[in-house]
Design a protein. Structure first.
Length: 501
């Protein structure tokens, strides 16, 4: 499969070389000079390509993938999330491509056997592009480094391969359970032993701005940049992290009715449209919030408001497997207790859906078909054994798919359970609203950000704000954001400067 790609698609991508910026050309030429070296003198090279949204990271990555493949060489595209992988031609997740373990630690290794077909593919690979590296734990990258050195019998970084990491460290960083800022920063790729070997390239030209003379678009881009870098003016009276949101973006929260009005403003037309119109309607809007519990409440409220021709409630089948190092007996845990367990980004025991409602996938089912963790869909039909749905966004937009029940396993560590929870359920949840973390990688035209409390982690406010393409398409509803003696509405903008250095 990796040696046979759609030649028409490859040529179409290569035609885009004529629109490369000077920065793209410099990077392209440097990478290709490494790939075309004679094998006897090739020592490989590791790059980091950094740039804000609109700078063309994905654009130049796909050109490089297409160029290498047009030479009948193997180029692999991976990403730290399924959504990001969909943006790369032939992309898949790093976890699936490199057989990374679910739990990562300093001695983690990839489950790739030397005599396997995957091992042979990796030996023949000339180029690896790894997108969204800023959110990947350094131990995952280091595990791939060890694996490639072993397969290639070569002590150079990544066994002497040409590897490109791309990302934006202004976005959210690796998720560390109960992690302090210090632990989160320590998990970043920038704190890996590999970082000293990386050649850094920074894209500064925003292609969206080059093609758009709108003053409001340029103003919004400047706002995003200052939010991401932590240079937006702060309010010293409230604390170093607090900023005053632009007045035209912020709405005060004075009573529960304000939330109801806010939800209505984002989804006011949903009961006036036919199902074939709802796909584009839901696909271009969402409500974002920092925490899963808030998102769940909003989704319940909006699902109740949606009128529909059909609805269904699905209950999961839950079971447990004892951990090897646990003294607990699996029989000790009643099924009612297992059913009550509600974990972030894990299928719920009770799933209530309506025809026409938006949903989001919680697991990678088939990346090549666009069915990955984070894909948003609209429900077309609810059946006993499957859900018929239509993809709303991305390169597989409009594709009709069938979602089966799957068995999802949770190791229990997050909640200190002495067992693995196995839940057989449809791996989806209602998606009128989603967490800011889940929204990373999504492009949404109309965004409502609800902050019942301030953001709590690096890059959250930047990610929430940068989902929209224009200032007029985003609004913030902020609880407890007004302070006596201070005009305007305030919230936190958490930025770890160490991650940006």
């Amino acid at each position: 499969m990796e040696s046979s790609h759609n030649q028409e698609q490859i040529q179409g991508i290569l035609e885009g070389k004529s629109t490369m910026t000077e920065e793209h050309e410099v990077f392209y030429n440097d990478v290709m000079s490494e790939i075309t070296k004679e094998s006897t003198v090739r020592r490989g090279k590791v790059y980091f390509l950094e740039g804000e949204g609109g700078s063309g990271k994905t654009f130049i990555s796909n050109i490089l993938l297409a160029q290498v493949r047009s030479m009948n060489k193997i180029a692999l595209a991976v990403a730290s999330s399924g959504l990001a992988a969909l943006n790369l031609i032939g992309g898949t997740t790093a976890h699936s491509r490199f057989c990374l373990p679910r739990s990562l630690h300093e001695l983690s290794r990839c489950d790739v056997r030397k005599q396997s077909h995957l091992a042979e593919l990796l030996r023949l690979t000339e180029l690896i592009i790894w997108d969204e590296c800023s959110m990947m734990h350094k131990y995952a990258v280091e595990a791939v480094d060890h694996m490639l050195q072993d397969l290639m019998d070569n002590a150079l970084p990544f066994g002497g391969k040409v590897v490109i990491f791309s990302g934006d460290f202004k976005q959210m960083l690796p998720v560390i359970l109960k992690g302090t800022p210090g632990l989160i920063l320590e998990a970043c790729l920038k704190n890996s032993y590999l970082w000293s070997n990386v050649a850094k390239f920074h894209l500064t030209v925003n292609m969206r701005l080059t093609n758009n003379n709108s003053e409001s678009v340029r103003e919004f881009a400047g706002l995003l940049k200052s939010i991401g870098h932590g240079t937006y003016p702060t309010c010293t009276e409230l604390g170093a992290d607090y900023i005053r949101l632009p007045d035209d973006l912020a709405i005060p929260y004075n009573s529960p009715d304000d939330l109801g009005s806010f939800l209505h403003s984002v989804y006011q037309d949903m009961n006036n449209l036919r199902i074939n119109e709802l796909r584009s309607y839901f696909g271009c809007r969402a409500i974002l919030a920092p925490k899963h519990s808030v998102v769940a409440d909003i989704n319940t409220t909006l699902l109740e408001r949606l009128t529909s021709d059909g609805e269904m409630t699905y209950l999961s089948a839950d079971s447990v497997a004892e951990k090897r190092d646990s003294d607990a007996d699996a029989c000790e845990f009643p099924i009612e207790f297992l059913n009550s367990i509600d974990i972030n980004n894990f299928p719920s025991h009770k799933l209530h859906l309506k025809v026409g409602c938006p949903i989001i996938l919680l697991r990678n089912l088939c990346t090549s078909e666009g069915m990955c963790n984070g894909t948003r869909l609209i429900v077309l039909e609810l059946k006993t054994r499957c859900i018929k749905a239509q993809i709303m966004n991305g390169s597989h937009k409009n594709k009709i798919v069938y979602i089966p029940r799957t068995t999802t396993i949770h190791d229990g560590e997050q909640n200190n359970y002495p067992f693995e929870l196995r839940r057989r359920q449809f791996p989806v949840q209602v998606a009128f609203a989603m967490t800011i973390h889940k929204a990373q990688g999504q492009t949404i035209s109309h965004v409502g950000v609800y902050l019942p409390e301030p953001v709590f982690s690096h890059g959250q406010l930047y990610v929430a704000m940068s989902r929209a393409q224009a200032k007029g398409n985003i609004k913030f509803l902020v609880a407890n954001g007004q302070y006596e003696g201070l005009p305007g509405i305030y919230t936190k903008n958490v930025v770890y400067q160490e991650a940006l250095e």
